[in-house]
Design a protein around this ligand. Structure first.
Ligand SMILES: [Zn+2]
Length: 250
């Protein structure tokens, strides 16, 4: 194979891999934002559940105060009963006591309702806290692996930058300039495999004489349509690679 063509293929692989690594690095802040949002939601759920429980307790305390108030009135009525002289007064007092007892009963029922509700609300707080703990654990694990991955990505980019410099130093300047110009216009992809007479990136059929030249891999040929530099991967010789090859041509 033409030495420059071979270097171009290697250069394209390096650039594509480095681009992917840089993209992943660039996505890190967005990823961190999503993790922080997950934690925020779980924390809000705990806060909301605790607030509902606190409201329940406040309401229950208010009801219990009411009960105490009515019970105070009841004992006052009972004291007054002793001083009652007439039957009419007695009946009137009995009526007052009856009202106050009904009132106490009604409020005590409400207290009971609040107590039952408190059981559910306490369980809901527990669930929200368990959910938060799970989210905190998952987010911490994600952050650890992202941090570790960050180091790997930086190291990979640095290694590839070094390899690229070596490759580029060995390359014909005009060929390199052609590569850079196409890469700029074609979203970073300047080299394409030609297979079955077609450019595998833009999918346009090559003229037969172009494809025939590409098949020889001995010169820098470009796709008529997308201008990318073309190379050909020959079919593996059956006898030479009995274990089966990964590359093939049609
Ligand atoms: Zn093409």
């Amino acid at each position: 194979m033409n030495a420059d063509l071979e270097r171009l293929i290697a250069l394209q692989q390096l650039d594509s891999a480095a681009d992917a690594a840089r993209r992943r690095l660039a996505e890190e802040p967005e990823h961190e934002k999503a993790l922080a949002a997950r934690l925020e939601i779980a924390q809000q759920q705990v806060a909301a559940a605790r607030e509902r429980l606190a409201e329940n307790q406040t309401a229950r305390r208010a009801l219990e105060k009411d009960v105490a108030l009515h019970q105070g009135r009841l004992s006052k009525f009972r004291d007054q009963m002793a001083a009652v002289k007439t039957n009419v007064e007695y009946q009137a007092m009995q009526k007052e006591i009856g009202f106050a007892q009904d009132e106490v009963k009604t409020i005590e029922d409400k207290v009971l309702e609040r107590m039952l509700e408190a059981d559910d609300l306490t369980a809901a707080v527990k669930r929200a806290e368990t959910g938060l703990a799970a989210e905190q654990k998952a987010v911490a694990a994600d952050r650890r692996s992202t941090t570790a991955g960050h180091g790997d990505l930086l190291a990979a980019v640095e290694r590839m930058t070094g390899e690229r410099a070596q490759l580029v130093a060995a390359m014909d300047k005009e060929v390199l300039a052609l590569f850079e110009a196409i890469a700029r216009k074609r979203n970073g992809i300047a080299v394409a495999e030609a297979r079955g007479g077609v450019c595998t990136i833009c999918h346009v059929r090559l003229r037969p004489q172009v494809f025939n030249s590409v098949r020889r891999n001995d010169s820098i040929m470009q796709c008529d349509h997308c201008n990318r530099i073309l190379y050909f991967v020959p079919a593996p010789a059956q006898a030479a690679t009995p274990d089966g090859a990964t590359q093939s041509s049609q």
